[in-house]
Design a binder for this molecule. Structure first.
Ligand code: SAM
Length: 227
């Protein structure tokens, strides 16, 4: 049984998509998609040998070798132009790593109609990348599973640059509109941590770096309190 987190990611993949799942580990997500009519073909990319072998085994065990190609490659290098990829999923990593994978491989995103990204932390890094690279948010979700809180960002190419303000970058333009209970819980947890860090910084020798860090934290706390 797939985790709720990956089920929710899968639900954003278009049924007629050719999907590349980057950092696929056991390839659970593409296997689920192919078994349930959630996509027509898939590539599962992995940078580490162990998970790559697990993905190959899983795809074989599920009899999906003709529909899922497993490749050992860093980031979007797992995608080849002839694959005709229309959707990319990247789940279960930090937002900064996801943003750097997108930045390093952006020439491989030609023809891709949708990115479905599930950062465990720091979704802001992805939103910043999206603004700079002509992708707009079409949906966002926040969910809690086994006491962990996850965000899902769904992006599509935009004709014109869609700017996001500081609040939208940090909290997410769609999540900010919804402000559901999980959203509130996430930011209450975060704010408690920021306040504890800011207090500790207060009692540390005030170098330029420390002052900048403290200012950034206070700015985030102020944004949070406004929201
Ligand atoms: N996507 C799965 C999920 O959400 O359950 C697996 C997440 S697992 C925590 C992260 C996986 O990404 C690991 O298997 C790791 O080897 C892989 N990974 C990390 N950096 C990568 C990169 N630059 N390119 C491809 N895979 C990467």
């Amino acid at each position: 049984q797939l985790s709720i987190r990956l089920m929710k990611v899968a639900a954003h993949v278009q049924a007629d998509a050719v999907v590349a799942d980057i950092g696929s580990d056991h390839a659970y997500l593409p296997c689920h998609l192919l078994h349930n009519g959630g996509a027509v073909r898939a590539v599962a990319g992995e940078i580490v040998k162990g998970p790559y072998e697990s993905a190959k085994k899983q795809v074989q065990a599920e009899g999906l070798e003709d529909k899922i190609t497993v490749r050992l490659a860093p980031g979007l290098e797992a995608i080849e132009p002839s694959d005709g990829i229309t959707a990319v999923t990247i789940a279960g990593m930090g937002g900064s790593l996801i943003a750097s994978i997108l930045e390093e491989g952006k020439d491989r995103l030609k023809g891709v109609e949708r990115l479905i990204l599930q950062p465990n932390v720091h979704a802001q890094a992805i939103r910043l990348w999206a603004v700079e690279n002509g992708w707009q948010t079409v949906a966002e979700e926040i969910l809690k599973e086994k006491d962990k809180i996850y965000e899902i960002l769904v992006l599509e190419p935009s004709e014109e640059k869609v700017e996001l303000d500081a609040k939208q970058l940090l909290f997410g333009p769609e999540l900010l509109k919804q402000q559901n209970d999980v959203f509130k819980e996430k930011w209450q947890r975060e704010a408690a941590q920021w306040k504890a860090i800011a207090e500790r910084l207060e009692n540390t020798t005030q170098t330029e770096d420390i002052r900048t860090k403290k200012e950034q934290l206070l700015e985030k706390i102020a944004l949070m309190e406004e929201v």
